[in-house]
Design a protein around this ligand. Sequence first.
Ligand code: ADP
Ligand code: MG
Length: 251
Amino acid sequence: MSIPKIEVAGLRKQFGELVVLRDITLKVDPGAVVALIGPSGSGKSTLLRCLNLLVVPNGGRIRIGGDAFDFETGKALPRPKAQAKFRSNTGMVFQHFNLFPHMTVLGNVMEGPVSAKNMPKAQAEAIGRRLLAKVGLADKAEAYPDRLSGGQKQRVAIARALAMEPEVMLFDEATSALDPELVSEVLGVMRDLAAEGMTMIIVTHEIAFAREVADRVIFMRDGVIVEEGPARDVIDRPQQEATRAFLSHFH
Ligand code: ADP
Ligand code: MG
């Protein structure tokens, strides 16, 4: 039994009166891939954003690697330095690529290590070129983002997140904004990362991909984990009516 890489316990979040995460408890083992599925508005993005402190929970506990925070109403947030360290445990890839338009592809990938880690430029460039090769874009290093397809931009976004050497990668509908013919090149990079042992949480509507690549699937609805288990069990033999109803949209 290994120690989980991610542990979330009793996590709660509300925006005003709207309760978005009710009592989320989950564990992710090192190297495991978890697919988080569920209807729009069920709290998937909010959960990922809590893991990255983009959203501050109202209660509960999150541990990622060696860093843990307890969240309680009225309690002060962790100090900025501790927040930054906590945040650096996770690399996040969003639906929209958010690349810096005035920087080359290589510049985008180097930016984090240089500005946040004070890494010497030559070293950041070496890392950046290696990561661009890894995502199949070595020849685009000097290009500007507006010259890239959506799939290429998203692969740059993945390389940029990896450049910070996160312990965990979080993907929030990374392929949802892509033209259909560009989806597979991004899923391919995600599949490679999974095979290399990266710990990942993937919010996705690509159910076939989740079934193939994820170790576990978590089905969320209305801020609650309704069902979770081995990917093929949940997807092929859902136990809960809500999970069945959701999955029936994908057949
Ligand atoms: P999902 O990613 O599963 O579609 P979200 O986590 O984006 O769900 O949203 C869950 C609910 O929280 C939705 O009702 C959404 O409108 C609401 N919500 C998300 N972010 C905010 C915010 N910053 N302020 C107010 N409501 C929000
Ligand atoms: Mg979302």
